[in-house]
Design a protein. Structure first.
Length: 430
């Protein structure tokens, strides 16, 4: 590399830095690091350690806190640690310091997770301030607290069948897990029809205008000349439906339905008709490949063939790809088979990296010793020649490193294409 080339390189670098600083927006008051989840004053020495792609900037400290960042313990941006320990901005009886560093909650919101339990009550109950369902049992902390079950320990769903918090003839199990209604409100959607009535007439208790005609369900219900079809035996199933499923429309069929399963899907006819509202003579109501019984066990929607909305039917996820139909599958690396392959590949690549690193280190040490020896033998040569001699060997090392990196990239591309199971072709219209 001659002197003119080196000069040109320095000129390009200088132009780049001039352009960077000329266009850099310095109007932000706080700098945040995505890795450490801390935000800093612009003068904080920790800012120098933040990588370019991890840098986040905010104009006010409240924005940084709302985004999940905590104040730097070194520069104490906006407020000192002492002030944090005595300040309670959201008036929930927890200091801002406790919320930021102990309970991982938002010091500007008295109910961080929005579950209707204030953060101080969640601390008292030992529930999570940032999750509405601490024990992942499907019932929110608020619901469990008022029903009387333990919100910190998984509650078996059968326990909710013994309670009816709003006394609307629907037990809490039906409201929480089946209808998804408010177990503390007889009329969840506020349309003037109680949840029990809406279930009986098959309108949506969570939508005040089920048919979308601009008239709420109550007015719709009372304005129709024939609200319900004829139900001779008053068992809640109209006669035409009883004829379809094969029961006697002239005689109540409660006991028969509780012990029968016409479609052999593992769910009794009684439960399908009165609780789940699935089709008692069709084992797969939504035609996704999973029976209604399978869907009940997996907590998927028996009326929606793609519960998580990722383009794969629930049946495809369970039977073909082994993924969870409740959570979207967005890439081929979500497939269990590829996860196993990735773990194996990580072990192999880690071992290879250690071996290659040792080889490179040994080669570098050997070349360095050789260069040093040859320079000592050429002490009388001019300094410029010595520098050129070193550069020649540096070029050699750089070339080897570039070839090595390109080889690794090529290997990863090949593995990605041929080693991993490809992502399934998704047909949005099933």
């Amino acid at each position: 590399m001659n002197r003119e080339t080196i000069k040109n390189v320095f000129i390009v670098i200088a132009i780049f830095f001039i352009f960077f600083y000329a266009t850099y927006d310095t109007s932000f008051n706080y700098k945040a690091d995505k890795n450490t989840e801390r935000y800093h004053n612009p003068s904080c020495p920790e800012i120098k350690k933040i990588k370019l792609f991890d840098l986040k900037e905010f104009e006010i400290s409240e924005d940084a806190i709302n985004a999940g960042y905590k104040p730097c313990e070194i520069c104490n941006p906006a407020m000192s640690t002492t002030k944090l320990k005595i300040t309670d901005n959201d008036r929930d009886s927890l200091t801002d310091y406790e919320e930021l560093y102990t309970y991982n909650s938002n010091p500007l919101k008295n109910d961080t997770d929005g579950d209707s339990l204030n953060d101080d009550l969640e601390v008292y109950l030992n529930t999570s301030c940032s999750s509405i369902d601490t024990d992942w049992d499907g019932a929110t902390d608020y619901q469990e607290y008022h029903i009387g079950t333990d919100p910190t320990s998984y509650t078996f769903h059968s326990k909710f069948k013994d309670t009816d918090s709003d006394d609307d003839k629907l037990n809490d199990y039906e409201e929480i897990y089946v209808l998804k209604t408010d177990p503390f409100n007889r009329d969840t959607d506020g349309d003037g029809l109680g949840d029990f009535i809406e279930r009986f007439i098959k309108t949506n208790p969570r939508n005040p205008d089920t048919d979308g005609n601009g008239i709420n369900d109550r007015d719709d219900f009372f304005s129709k000349e024939e609200t319900l079809e004829i139900d001779t035996d008053n068992d809640g199933i109209n006669d035409s439906e009883e004829e379809r499923i094969g029961t006697d429309p002239a005689m109540s069929n409660y006991y028969e339905l509780k012990n029968s399963d016409r479609d052999s899907d593992g769910v009794t006819d009684y439960k399908e008709i009165y609780l789940d509202e699935t089709d008692p003579i069709n084992p797969d109501t939504d035609k996704d490949g999973l029976t209604d019984g399978d869907e009940a066990e997996r907590y998927t929607d028996p009326f929606n063939s793609d519960t998580d909305g990722d383009g794969l039917t629930d049946g495809e996820e369970v039977l073909e790809y082994g993924t969870d139909p409740r959570y979207p599958t967005t890439s081929k690396y979500d497939l269990p088979e590829n996860k196993r392959k990735m773990n194996t590949l990580e072990i192999i690549l880690t071992g290879a990296a250690i071996i290659i690193g040792d080889v490179i280190l040994f080669a570098y040490k050997r070349d360095f010793e050789r260069i040093e020896l040859e320079l000592q033998q050429k002490k009388k040569t001019r300094q410029q020649n010595n520098i050129q001699y070193i550069i020649k060997y540096k070029k050699k090392e750089l070339t080897i490193c570039v070839i090595l990196v390109l080889s690794i990239v090529a290997l990863l591309v090949l593995l990605d294409k041929f080693y991993f199971t490809p992502f399934p072709q998704i047909n949005k219209l099933k």
